[in-house]
Design a protein around this ligand. Structure first.
Ligand SMILES: Cc1ncc(COP(=O)(O)O)c(C=O)c1O
Length: 404
């Protein structure tokens, strides 16, 4: 008789987005004339840039001819894309990363949930709180998190690093020593980020205690301030302790196209074994690569026209972020984020819980956001709005919130 992976049964269920969806559907059914605006989900709304569409068309045509047809992609991804990434995302920023340390994938979600496979089950993970839920849930599935307390929303074997207004959303070094440290900067959900000096503290710490930092830089394209590092490899010593995950979803609108990559420097070793070799083995065994067509589209992101068109797209979303942030500040809310990230993180007013504020916003302003408590215990009392809507709907949503 087959047995289940019991770890899956420990997962508390995806209440957050299903509960949001249910509440919105019920409200809409009861009020069919009201137009609900969603600033809740982290999905892009702008179409793919022309330079990407052109690259896709060209690559599709290539697939129709024997001479230019492509079958399985190389294990690590096509050389043309890995070389381009190494040059533009790393070497141009003074970060010593070579093309053969880059693994192309179909996105950061898979990579940041799968990467834990190459580590022992006995490793202890540390996460920021609030946190992108994938880091915790993937470790629950692997049996690394202990037991769940539904009252507090806390797993017994996970080290939580609270990020709240009290510490300006900058996590403190944990008291108990972790083996794996998940960091996401610019941050989802708080929209905060770390300066280079602040990130250097984490790199030094990881090297000192022998931990690995799993650095999710999915929102790198949204960085606007000078002293914010675009890659963890701008920090000294990161080559011996940090793995970085990147995505084409938010910088180039690939949420439905799917492309990402993971960087594992060959210098991260344990007892003479390089993590790079383990991930290469895992990639070769379990993954057959992002499609050629998509990798060509990824290459176009780095062309001069690609950079120009995508800078405009990111600016469009960041203008929305500014509209939300300024509008809510004027209305008296305490608001952060939105400067180096497409997320606005606000304190709920009058001591309301995250869900009470969700209901208030839905019922009185017909605006949907995401309750902060859905991202972890320290998210209680906060609320996330995203800048990924259209300009018009963002403006209208802010007007409605201001009228509350
Ligand atoms: C922090 C973070 N990492 C990764 C992802 C997923 O990226 P991808 O679309 O490349 O899987 C998201 C998506 O919202 C995210 O917020």
């Amino acid at each position: 008789m087959f047995q289940l992976n019991d770890n899956y049964l420990k997962l508390p269920g995806s209440y957050l987005f299903s509960t949001i969806g249910k509440k919105v559907r019920e409200y809409q059914a009861a009020h069919p004339d009201q137009k609900v605006i969603s600033l809740g989900i982290g999905d892009v709304t702008q179409p793919l840039a022309p330079v990407i569409i052109d690259a896709l068309h060209r690559a599709v045509d290539e697939m129709g001819h024997r001479e230019t047809f492509h079958g399985y992609a190389p294990d690590l991804g096509y050389e043309f894309l890995r070389t381009t990434i190494a040059k533009h995302d790393f070497q141009a920023r003074g970060a010593d990363i070579s093309a053969d340390e880059i693994f192309i994938s179909d996105g950061a979600k898979c990579d940041c949930s799968n990467i834990q496979e190459i580590f022992s089950q006995d490793n202890t993970i540390a996460v920021c709180d609030p946190v992108y839920p994938v880091y915790v849930d993937s470790n629950v599935m692997a049996g690394r998190t202990g037991t769940y307390d539904p009252q507090s929303g806390v797993w017994s074997d996970v080290i939580y690093m609270p990020c709240t207004m009290d510490n300006d959303f900058v996590p403190e070094l944990p008291k108990k020593t972790p083996d794996l440290i998940y960091l996401c900067y610019p941050n989802n959900p708080t929209g905060s980020t770390l300066t280079k000096d602040q990130l250097q503290v984490w790199v030094d710490y990881a090297n000192r205690v022998g931990a690995v930092i799993l650095f999710d830089a999915a929102y790198e394209a949204y960085i606007s301030e000078e002293n914010v590092p675009h890659t963890i490899y701008e920090c000294e010593g990161a080559r011996t302790c940090a793995i970085e995950m990147r995505s084409f979803s938010k910088n180039a609108g690939f949420t439905g196209v799917r492309l990402g990559f993971t960087v594992i420097p060959k210098d991260i070793q344990r007892d003479g074994v390089a993590l790079h070799a383990l991930w290469a083995r895992r990639h070769g065994t379990k993954y057959n690569g992002a499609p050629y067509i998509i990798q060509r589209a990824g290459e176009a992101v780095y062309s001069p026209e690609g950079k120009e068109q995508l800078t405009k797209q990111v600016a469009y979303y960041m203008n929305n972020a500014a509209v939300i942030k300024e509008g809510l500040c004027k209305a008296g809310y305490r608001v952060s984020g939105g400067v180096n990230a497409p997320y606005i993180w606000m304190k709920t007013p009058d001591g309301m819980t995250s869900w009470q504020f969700f209901d208030e916003l839905l019922n009185k302003a017909n605006v949907v956001g995401t309750p902060g408590s859905g991202f972890g215990p320290s998210g209680e009392g906060y609320f996330r709005l995203t800048a990924f809507g259209t300009y018009e709907s963002t403006l209208e949503a802010v007007r409605r919130i201001q009228r509350l």
